[in-house]
Design a protein around this ligand. Structure first.
Ligand code: CTP
Ligand code: MG
Length: 180
């Protein structure tokens, strides 16, 4: 029961989890804010780039399509009816995750945090809020079907744990400048 909830939550959120990590690898180039400032601080900062956002979103969508191809064997192996992604849902989860992260950087700059500064709580959940919000907006039928209350609860508990683990890992591998 708990196992199938966690499996469903994880499967449904992979297209939202991976884009930010892909952006770390793909980032660079022109910042989205073009260097513009607002009230004495950068609008978003150099850490939010067009390339990172585009590649992150694409990687999330491609992953959703790959997961669909693996759905039958994975569902059979786990004994769980894993969710399938339609295109609007795949796009909403991936792009929504990137937007949540961008929104968090906006808030960080408004609260005087420099690029790379930690914002506990926000860093761990910004992309989940963005992904779920856009999924419910763009594809409400799909989202209400997949993200039942127990699945949402599993997402909220599981995400910070996974986020901390992957960022500490990326930091240890020298892929990221800070362990958050
Ligand atoms: N990145 C990007 N575009 C995005 C998100 C991330 O290019 N939309 C890349 C950037 O190279 C960024 C790195 O991924 O430096 C790490 O992402 P993140 O931790 O979100 O950014 P920070 O540099 O820490 O900046 P911020 O304080 O604004 O979060
Ligand atoms: Mg950061």
């Amino acid at each position: 029961m708990i196992g199938s909830l966690v499996a469903t939550a994880f499967w449904a959120m992979v297209p939202a989890y991976v884009p930010n990590n892909a952006a770390v690898l793909a980032g660079g180039g022109r910042p989205i804010d073009g260097g513009r400032e607002w009230h004495g601080a950068r609008l978003l900062g150099d850490g939010k780039t067009w390339r990172g956002t585009l590649v992150g979103t694409l990687v999330g969508v491609v992953l959703a399509i790959a997961l669909n191809a693996l759905n039958d064997p994975a569902s059979a192996a786990l004994g769980v009816d894993l969710p399938r992604f339609d295109y609007p849902a795949a796009f909403a989860l991936a792009f929504g995750a990137m937007c949540g992260d961008i929104g968090a950087s906006f808030l960080k700059r408004r609260s005087g945090r420099e690029r790379g500064a930690a914002f506990p709580g926000v860093d761990q959940l910004d992309f989940v809020v963005g992904a779920l919000a856009l999924a419910f907006l763009v594809d409400p039928g799909w989202a209400t079907d997949v993200f039942t209350l127990p699945v949402l609860a599993a997402v909220v508990v599981m995400t910070p744990v996974l986020h901390v683990a992957t960022n500490v890992g990326a930091y240890a591998l020298g892929l990221k400048n800070e362990p958050w």
